[in-house]
Design a protein around this ligand. Structure first.
Ligand SMILES: [Zn+2]
Length: 401
């Protein structure tokens, strides 16, 4: 990216349809969004008593593109006249909600993005090309982590092909501003309790992005992770009332589709940057990109005859492997996706070996309940996805899917 000047930040409006996309180097046909009669809910959703939005837009210099968070970065960067050489969006299969939102964001900011690349591939290509390297880089087999990381890896490989050295990502916004459903809490909960939980989560956060970027020769930068400008400000100044709005906001699942009332997080971010994605539902990377089906057993059952033979796993084969892993290795695998991941993990590392983690015998409380690798004080095992990962926890057992 390059910056030509730094004018005072100001808000952009998606109601301004005068912007024409005249670039000719995108790798897809230009969509005439003007003719789509798109409907926005910025006015209905914006709380006029809330001054946080304006503060956020003026105090924090953000930068990039995609869902609520990355589109806000792109919007902020545009106000600073920062021009991106390339914006990259990954679309897996043919039902990605990200695709149209990302194209719209690129369309609206066509003067600030030189080239928008849609990286499109099938689910089996995503697995075949990116799964081995992702497991090798991250040393995990947890399904949720892997699914999201595969999509990031595909984007990073494209960035590498484009000879980029630095990329901007949206990591951190969900943690800081209550993006995840499980961080919303209840309307009448103690605000201090919500803030304490949020602050603790943010002080312990780790992201797979840096390691993945490094594996493709890139440096990843996260504007929401800037300690002084963003993290310290957010933890000191924002509370549940700024981040979560219960029941009333009008939220959209797909661009051009109807809105419905729903509780949502990241309200101050949605209000601060009035983009086409501002009142879109928060989708995890795997959902937004369309990769989710690889986490479901049905994909490995080859229901439509489209799953390649080498990725198919019959129910009988899975049950036998599941039983063997439990009896011989004390490892719990909840799905066929995990079996795929764990087989590759064993092949890459020569068994259940980790570069930094010790593996303990069954029932040793130093080990994770799902994989026996050392767990320390963590409640979630990043390696196998067990939650709770502690032997003596009274939380209902769960393994992320
Ligand atoms: Zn584990």
């Amino acid at each position: 990216m390059s910056s030509t000047s730094s004018p005072s930040p100001s808000l952009l409006s998606d109601n301004n349809n005068s912007n024409n996309n005249n670039r000719n180097n995108d790798n897809y046909d230009v969509i005439d969004f003007n003719s789509m009669d798109l409907e926005w809910k910025h006015t209905e959703n914006t709380n006029s008593d809330n001054v946080r939005a304006v503060q956020m837009a003026s105090e924090c210099r953000l930068i990039l593109s995609g869902g609520v968070d990355t589109t806000a970065i792109l919007d902020a960067a545009s106000t600073l006249n920062i021009i991106f050489d390339v914006a990259i969006t990954c679309v897996i299969g043919d039902t990605s909600p990200d695709e149209l939102y990302a194209k719209y964001a690129a369309y609206k900011h066509s003067t600030h993005i030189k080239k928008h690349i849609i990286v499109q591939m099938t689910h089996d290509t995503l697995i075949d090309i990116y799964l081995p390297k992702t497991i090798q880089t991250l040393e995990v087999w947890d399904g949720m982590t892997i699914r999201n990381s595969l999509v990031i890896a595909a984007a990073f490989e494209e960035a590498s092909k484009q000879n980029l050295t630095d990329v901007l990502v949206g990591d951190g916004a969900d943690e800081l501003f209550g993006g995840y459903t499980f961080t919303w809490g209840k309307p009448k909960m103690c605000p201090i309790e919500w803030k304490n939980k949020r602050d603790t989560m943010c002080k312990q956060w780790t992201f797979a992005t840096s390691a993945l970027a490094k594996s493709y020769g890139l440096s990843a930068h996260g504007p929401y992770m800037d300690q002084e400008l963003m993290v310290d400000w957010a933890l000191n100044e924002t509370h549940r009332i700024d981040c979560i709005r219960d029941d009333t906001p009008l939220i959209q699942l797909l661009l051009g589709q109807p809105y419905a009332h729903h509780t949502t997080g990241k309200v101050l971010l949605r209000e601060a940057f009035t983009t086409g994605s501002s009142w879109r539902r928060k989708d995890p990377i795997e959902v937004g990109s369309g990769a989710t089906i690889i986490g479901k057993d049905i994909y490995y059952n080859n229901p439509n005859g489209t799953t390649p033979k080498h990725l198919c796993i019959t129910d009988e084969e899975f049950e036998i492997a599941q039983q063997e892993l439990k009896e011989k290795e004390n490892i719990i695998i909840p799905s066929k996706e995990y079996l795929t991941n764990i087989r590759l993990y064993q092949k890459i590392f020569g068994g259940f070996i980790h570069s930094t983690k010790t593996r303990y015998p069954k029932n040793d409380i130093q080990g994770c309940i799902g994989c026996c690798f050392e767990i320390g004080n963590a409640t979630f095992c990043k390696l196998c996805g067990s939650y709770p990962a502690q032997h003596n926890s009274n939380i209902t057992p769960y393994i992320s899917k």
